[in-house]
Ligand binder design. Sequence first.
Ligand code: AR6
Length: 173
Amino acid sequence: MAGIEIVQGDITTQAVDAIVNAANSSLMGGGGVDGAIHRAAGPTLREECRHLRATDYPEGLPVGDAVATGAGDLPCRYVIHTVGPNRHEGQIDPRLLASCYTRALDVAQQLGVRTIAFPAVSAGAYGWKVADVARIALGTVAAHPRDGIDLVRFVPYDPTSCVAFEAAFAGLA
Ligand code: AR6
């Protein structure tokens, strides 16, 4: 069973096999963690995303789904893009958010990823409370079989988010 840990910081600097991006359906980048990942990865990531849109996802990546690309200049091997539910658009079903974590782990397993880092999907521009995100994220990952994955690291960006993730982690026991 994979270990789970919480490390406050910038997900773009994590020394793991894959990092998860809180993207939008366009896959073409944006603000928040998506912007940080695209900036740090450089233009090859954008090219790969453009290719995905032109081939597998002409209508965009659906909310709750996940897809992998290479990682450009990032220290990891893969970026796994997922699209969280946007509360501002009435997407309030927690199963959509849980699906982001489940699908990202499924994709990671298909790639043979052993270590993976997650941000707080939907806890920024998409308007979810970080405490809800933390509880759903931890609960979903803890319930996933995660065969072949040695480490799942949650990377809350700021101290308040970190407290929320630590509280949710403590609540698992
Ligand atoms: N490392 C880790 N976490 C980060 C980083 C970072 N470098 N930067 C921000 N966060 P958001 P969403 C945290 O808005 O709510 C984008 O424009 C941030 O503090 O990045 O899923 C996309 O293109 C927050 O806790 O993602 C979409 O359009 C968390 O990451 C939209 O925003 C998620 O905030 C997606 O919104």
